[in-house]
Design a protein around this ligand. Structure first.
Ligand SMILES: C[S@@+](CC[C@H](N)C(=O)[O-])C[C@H]1O[C@@H](n2cnc3c(N)ncnc32)[C@H](O)[C@@H]1O
Length: 342
């Protein structure tokens, strides 16, 4: 399979295998953040080639559902694999005395990973005799992705260590059952297309999951919660990870106490676990969107999570950019809607 994108500036990305529309949406949102003119080509549900002027590392560092990525090198059918790998000019893309490792992601059912890893590693060594293999601290990782009788080869500088485990809800000093998992919170931040240095507002911040993930990617954050206990909890949690915030405000978000934000991402209250002070979820959602109109600038985004059973029928000055669904358990499927301010 050949790709129609030109050779230069091509990157590849491998998405995680979640049965959801979120991984692809996250990649598209991040590509938009770093180069709105970039072109994406889907060559498999989980494999994308992107042509654009950005560093793949920026996207790898931020992405929750992006497992690997880097500079695209080559792409061939499995039957041409040996010839392709052995004739590939790795020396044009990798410095001579580099410490490298080879790593293969196998999306097929054939047990081929080890064979391809050895083949790639040996080919790199042949082309770059001064390069040395380092599994612990490679400067370059030569990546192979096997999918549907195809092999894609790329190279990456980035070793993914995003610490999801250390931010699991139960490992944080303040816990509440309404908490979001860090990967999901990170995806919401990324769908908001907020940039490093800009401000992200979570008007129902709870334990601070969204603010933590936004802060970790270099965004300034503001949180609001009607419960003082939750506000204090958010502060504990942020401090626990050494993160700062512009403020966590104990206030009612149905009368937003802020004037401006570059982006908004939030998980609105519903059910017994997260009180909405007597208001029906549908009315609360409507009121939030009405308030958001005054603080989110034109062309910027507002990401809202709510139970799928609720219909979003009043959009005020927003258009729906995209809609997703996330199954949580038998009684709860979450809707994730990305709104863009008109
Ligand atoms: C679903 S929880 C948010 C959970 C949060 N995303 C987390 O991961 O911890 C909703 C939060 O909204 C707060 N809340 C309810 N009504 C509110 C209102 N009118 N204004 C501000 N916060 C409110 C609740 O106290 C609760 O902490």
């Amino acid at each position: 399979m050949e790709t129609s994108l030109p050779e230069s500036r091509r990157k590849f990305f491998l998405l995680s295998g979640e049965r959801s529309t979120l991984p692809q949406a996250e990649l598209r949102a991040l590509v938009e953040v770093y180069d709105c003119k970039a072109r994406l080509e889907k060559i498999h549900n989980r494999v994308f080639i992107v042509e654009g002027r950005f560093s793949p590392d920026a996207i790898l560092k931020r992405g929750a559902y992006i497992n690997a990525g880097g500079l695209f090198l080559s792409h061939c059918k499995m039957e041409d694999m040996e010839r392709n790998i052995n004739s590939f000019a790795f020396e044009n893309f990798i410095e001579g005395s580099v410490a490298f490792s080879a790593s293969v992601y196998n999306l097929s059912h054939e047990p081929l990973s080890e064979k391809v890893e050895v083949m790639v590693g040996s080919a790199v060594k042949r082309r770059l005799p001064n390069a040395r293999v380092s599994l612990k601290k490679p400067q370059k990782i030569v990546i192979g992705i096997i999918f549907e009788n195809n092999l894609l080869i790329g190279v990456s500088d980035y070793m993914s260590k995003k610490g999801w485990g250390s931010r699991r809800p139960r490992t944080r000093p303040f816990f509440h059952p309404s908490v979001l998992y860090p990967k999901f919170a990170r995806v919401l931040v990324n769908l908001s297309r907020v940039r490093e240095g800009e401000v992200l507002l979570d008007p129902f911040c709870g334990t601070g999951s969204i603010l933590i993930e936004a802060s970790l990617i270099g965004t300034k954050t503001v949180g609001i919660d009607i419960s003082m206990k939750m506000c204090r909890g958010t502060m504990y949690n942020l401090r626990h990870y050494g993160l700062e915030t512009l403020g966590v405000i104990n206030s009612d978000s149905l009368r937003l106490p802020v004037r401006h934000t570059d982006a908004m991402a939030t998980d609105i209250p519903y059910g017994r676990c997260s009180s909405s002070k007597g208001l029906k979820t549908k009315d609360l959602l409507k009121e939030l969107i009405s308030q958001a109109r005054d603080v989110v600038p034109r062309g910027r985004y507002c990401v809202i999570v709510y139970p799928k059973a609720i219909e979003l029928d009043s959009l005020e000055s927003f258009n729906v950019k995209e809609d997703h669904e996330v199954y949580v358990h038998r009684k709860l499927t979450r809707a994730v809607t990305v709104l863009v301010r008109r």
